[in-house]
Design a protein around this ligand. Structure first.
Ligand code: SAM
Length: 256
């Protein structure tokens, strides 16, 4: 892309407000529509993401593929492209996010980055190409069926999958199962969250009913879906409060 074309993409980018702060090639930065204090979440998540990926892929980024499910404006996908991944594909259900993420790709001139509209509820794992790294941040607590999304992510992961989610309290113990003397262990919990009044919010659920998991639910399901090792990623000491308190977690599932 010529310098003139890059400048005109930047003008387009700078004419709107963004969920993330992007530092553009010219050095100019996007204005955010969220408060700066809240945007710290993105820095904390980036540092947690690369605390897992850098030791695994250092020196091998060029052989590595990445799928970012729910890629929004392409913040995490573009950082993966900047690391030098062979190819990064970002998917999001909202076409406007895909348009904006594509502006970001164009501004940076990343040939290893692309975005497509895709709803996680209808992605077919059998006809999709698996990736070494699957990133699924900020999505499953916006879904009616987070179990299906976790199963899909597991099927599409070749090496490591990073799932970031808010979590709600767990209930453990035994539940009556058909008769009071027959019991089943409660392995994890999901909480109903009503997002029906917010479906036009760019970050929210597209359907309105969301099931937010407990940490135990996410970890049990990821093990069940074939990850040989499932670990909660440690947050930095001075990170964003939700990640530091454990009300939001990043879980890494490895296929060793
Ligand atoms: C909270 S934002 C998270 C964005 C980004 N992954 C991050 O962590 O910053 C939720 C994203 O999920 C997308 N989304 C919601 N429902 C979806 C679905 N059924 N399929 C694909 N994307 C969806 C939204 O459009 C939005 O980009």
């Amino acid at each position: 892309m010529s310098a003139l074309a890059t400048e005109s993409v930047e003008e387009k980018i700078l004419s709107r407000k963004w969920f993330y702060e992007f530092k553009l090639p010219s050095g100019r930065k996007t204005e955010m529509y969220i408060p700066r204090a809240m945007a710290e979440i993105h820095d904390t998540r980036l540092s947690m993401l690369f605390s897992v990926l850098d030791p695994m892929f250092e020196g091998r980024w060029q052989e590595t593929s990445c799928l970012d499910i729910a890629s929004h404006e392409g913040f995490f996908a573009s950082r993966m492209a900047a690391r030098g991944c062979r190819e990064v594909l970002g998917l999001d259900a909202r076409p406007e996010h895909v348009t904006h993420a594509t502006w970001i790709k164009e501004a940076y001139g990343y040939n290893n980055l692309s975005f497509q509209v895709a709803d996680v509820r209808t992605i077919n794992a059998e006809t999709s190409t698996p990736a070494d790294i699957v990133v699924m941040f900020g999505l499953i607590y916006h879904l009616e069926n987070p179990v299906q999304a976790l199963h899909l992510a597991a099927k599409l992961t070749k090496k490591v999958c990073l799932v970031e989610t808010q979590v709600t309290p767990n209930i453990s113990g035994m539940a009556d199962w058909g008769a009071c003397h027959a019991k089943k262990e409660m392995l994890g919990t999901f909480t109903i969250i009503d997002e029906m009044a917010e479906t036009d919010r760019p970050e929210a659920s597209v359907s309105g009913i969301s099931l937010c998991p407990s940490k135990e639910a996410v970890m049990w399901l990821m093990r069940r879906f074939g990850f040989s090792r499932v670990e909660v990623v440690a947050p930095p000491l001075l990170g964003y409060e939700q990640l530091v308190s454990g009300n939001r977690i990043i879980v890494a599932g490895y296929k060793d």
